[in-house]
Design a protein around this ligand. Structure first.
Ligand SMILES: [Zn+2]
Length: 81
């Protein structure tokens, strides 16, 4: 588990968080990130809503804004290598 919760990490851990199987210290980091990252908060809300509608965890749910945020983050990462 990385020390810093980043957007791609949060997206990967969202199912773990919603299933309640995440260790408390990771959940604290997760929630701390949500508090300062509105796109991730939106992602979580939409993800939760999708589960309510579908009655199960979706294979892949990426709201457009989050996708763009993540793509921008990945572009920066590539540019800085
Ligand atoms: Zn984020």
């Amino acid at each position: 588990m990385p020390e810093r919760m980043t957007c791609p990490v949060l997206v990967q851990l969202v199912t773990e968080y919603l299933e309640g199987v995440m260790p408390p210290e990771d959940a604290a980091q997760f929630e701390e990130h949500l508090g300062r990252c509105p796109p991730c908060e939106v992602y979580l809300v939409q993800f939760r809503k999708t589960i309510e509608i579908c009655g199960r965890l979706p294979e892949e749910v990426l709201p457009v804004e989050v996708k763009e945020t993540l793509l921008a983050a990945f572009e920066n990462w590539k540019a800085n290598r």
